[in-house]
Design a protein around this ligand. Structure first.
Ligand SMILES: CC(C)(COP(=O)(O)OP(=O)(O)OC[C@H]1O[C@@H](n2cnc3c(N)ncnc32)[C@H](O)[C@@H]1OP(=O)(O)O)[C@@H](O)C(=O)NCCC(=O)NCCS
Length: 291
């Protein structure tokens, strides 16, 4: 097709990528605007590893590709424009930018237009037995009340909490590349809202658990990303309580639905168990394909 192509040139382009992401959003979509904000800002100094390109029809972004060198591609393609070979253009660019490696792409079962393009380009399903992600959704009309364990306090973060909030993330996701600088960048990214960034504070003042929610106001869709509890405070209902507090805040801010994408395989079952216990149900799952 006659899409104009441009390489990523800063945060205005991230907003343009988020516009397409919001337009394509459904509970079965791979991307939520929060994924892009969190994914692009949770670390610093990665830009040289991330060739990123946008395809536009007129002013409107109709596809984007975000390569994570050496071998991974993230992409979104508007199915309404897919008949013009747009997904093929993104995959050709990936092959030219990451030559000589076994290239990998993760898509959802629901992204049939991308699965068809990947098949045309010779990509194969990496098969069963590998980690995968399950997309889950929750209608927020029916939301349980948060019940924190005795002695813990649920509240939103403020600037003074940044060191503790980052230390908790690093302990939960050890090893982690999130730093105080990168988390401050996350807090500056659209559509971050401090009123949707919740912590469970332990009796000694430590941040024991947290849940960050992103709200896409155009779709009234909230996304949980990420959640963590420090190991010493786990299995006390803190993740459940802090997620429920954040989900209530998201509903008060206008969200009607929430989504989350935990691991779906049996080797890492606790997050999916947490979200199912909150009322989330499975929508679709990811597939890893390689060239
Ligand atoms: C996932 C995580 C946030 C859970 O935190 P937590 O505070 O221990 O969770 P909760 O105590 O609220 O328990 C939530 C559910 O998980 C279950 N659970 C918690 N720890 C468990 C364990 N070690 N084994 C089995 N089940 C467990 C609870 O029984 C509860 O299930 P239920 O609702 O069916 O009763 C925590 O393990 C963590 O930080 N993991 C690393 C980061 C991560 O993977 N985050 C999620 C990314 S999507």
């Amino acid at each position: 097709m006659n899409a104009s192509v441009s390489d990523y040139a800063g945060e205005a382009d991230l907003r343009a990528m988020q516009e397409l992401t919001s337009r394509l959003w459904s509970p079965a979509a791979r991307w939520h605007v929060g994924d892009l904000a969190w994914g692009r800002f949770q670390h610093t100094g990665r830009e040289p590893e991330w060739p990123t390109r946008l395809w536009r029809a007129g002013e409107r972004v109709v596809a984007w590709g975000w390569i994570e060198l050496p071998d991974q591609l993230n992409l979104a393609v508007d199915p309404a424009y897919d008949g013009h070979g747009l997904a093929d253009e993104v995959l050709d660019w990936f092959a030219a930018t990451a030559p000589g490696v076994r290239r990998t792409v993760t898509v959802l079962d629901s992204e049939t237009h991308l699965l068809a393009a990947l098949a045309r380009h010779g990509y194969q399903d990496a098969g069963d037995g590998l980690p995968f992600v399950v997309n889950m959704s929750h209608d927020l009309r029916d939301l349980a009340e948060p019940e924190p364990s005795p002695g813990y306090r649920l509240r939103t973060v403020d600037a003074a909490d940044v060191p503790g909030r980052v230390a908790t993330h690093r302990a939960a996701f050890h090893p982690s590349r999130v730093t105080e600088e990168s988390y401050r960048n996350v807090r500056g990214a659209w559509p971050y809202r401090a009123d949707l960034d919740w912590i469970a504070e332990a009796p000694d003042g430590e941040v024991a658990a947290y849940c960050l929610i992103w709200l896409d106001p155009a779709r009234r869709a909230a996304e949980i990303e990420p959640v963590g509890t420090v190991p010493a405070h786990r299995h006390r209902g803190l993740a459940r309580a802090v997620c429920l507090a954040a989900l209530h805040a998201a509903r008060n801010a206008g969200a009607t639905r929430a989504v989350v994408g935990p691991r779906g395989d049996d080797d890492y079952p606790v997050p999916a168990r947490l979200y199912r216990g909150l009322g989330f149900h499975d929508i679709t799952r990811s597939r890893l394909l390689h060239s």
